[in-house]
Design a protein around this ligand. Structure first.
Ligand code: NAD
Length: 273
């Protein structure tokens, strides 16, 4: 088996945890993030290559900065990865941004900015990865796997909107729709398409949400994260590793070969679907 993954937005947070999990399961990985995060990308690549030895001449990790909002950048990201450590067997469209604002105050430019990453960025990753996989041919012949896999980042707010996260919520509903539609269109090529919907994960993104909600609703630093985490049946804030278990563990493994078109919630019991 020759398994290779790209994880976008993996210089930190959930993406970084997924990349680490994938490497422990035998994948070689491409760490991607925005060009201004190039030092963080290199740090993750070095961490992985010093911890895990390669059994062949390919490195276990490479780093390629690229903005997922740009179609041509995503196309180059995929081609370079396939040339250096490929064939590409898994794309994880994880990169995302958030915004905390009442809908009546949101500007057109803010909608464009958020959707360019959370929707168009996922679209770019999904479609260019699918083209690459189709061009590689049968997954068994090309890489010794039964199915190629494409996975995207949704959210629990893609099932039930949260106030003040309106545009972000809408972008994550869009990811669910795109995931269903692409799964239907490319199943004959032995490509599965699924998404993951985390809850309240303690990352830089939630630092921003905590600050925004606290400012608008009059709570001190850390209180919004605590308040929302307490809504989870399992009673704690989620860790990036919880999400990595679903994505880098189950969804990236042969155990998910017969799963497609789904968005799976991993939130400790905040939202029941
Ligand atoms: P994070 O902010 O810690 O990390 C996101 C990474 O994506 C950052 O390193 C950032 O630089 C990168 N990124 C942003 N725009 C990019 C672009 N245009 N091109 C390439 N990279 C870009 O966030 P996180 O909490 O790790 O979230 C990861 C994903 O999970 C996101 O899609 C997010 O919406 C989703 N999610 C997070 C939570 C949560 O509670 N943290 C909950 C549900 C869903």
């Amino acid at each position: 088996m020759l398994r290779t993954a790209i994880i976008t937005g993996s210089a930190r947070g959930i993406g970084k945890a997924i990349a680490h999990r994938l490497v422990t399961h035998g994948y070689s990985v491409c760490i991607n993030d925005i060009p201004s995060a190039k030092n963080d990308i290199s740090a993750v690549v070095d961490e992985i290559n010093s911890e895990y030895r390669s059994s062949n001449s390919r490195p276990r990790a490479i780093g390629i900065p690229a903005d997922v909002a740009s179609s041509t950048s995503v196309e180059s990201l995929i081609q370079e990865t396939a040339q250096k450590i490929g064939p590409l067997t898994l794309m994880v469209a994880n990169a995302g941004v958030t915004q905390i604002k009442p809908l009546l105050k949101v500007t057109e430019a803010e909608i464009d900015n958020l959707l360019s990453v959370n929707f168009k960025g996922v679209f770019n990753c999904y479609t260019h990865a699918a083209r690459q996989m189709i061009a590689q041919g049968d997954p068994k012949t090309a890489a010794g796997v039964e199915t190629y896999k494409i996975i995207g980042a949704a959210s629990i707010v893609g099932f039930r909107a949260f106030p003040l996260l309106g545009i972000y919520s809408a972008s994550k509903w869009a990811v669910r729709g795109l995931t269903q539609a692409l799964a239907l269109e490319i199943a004959p090529h032995k490509i599965t398409v699924n998404a993951y919907a985390p809850g309240i994960v303690g990352t830089s993104m939630w630092d921003k949400i905590d600050e925004g909600l606290g400012g608008l609703e009059g709570r001190a630093k850390g209180e919004s994260l605590k308040l929302y985490s307490e809504k989870a049946m399992l009673g704690r804030t989620s860790e990036p590793e919880d999400v990595a278990g679903l994505v880098g563990g189950f969804l990236a493994s042969p155990d998910s070969d017969f799963v497609t078109g789904q968005t799976m919630v991993i939130d400790g019991g905040v939202v029941l679907t």
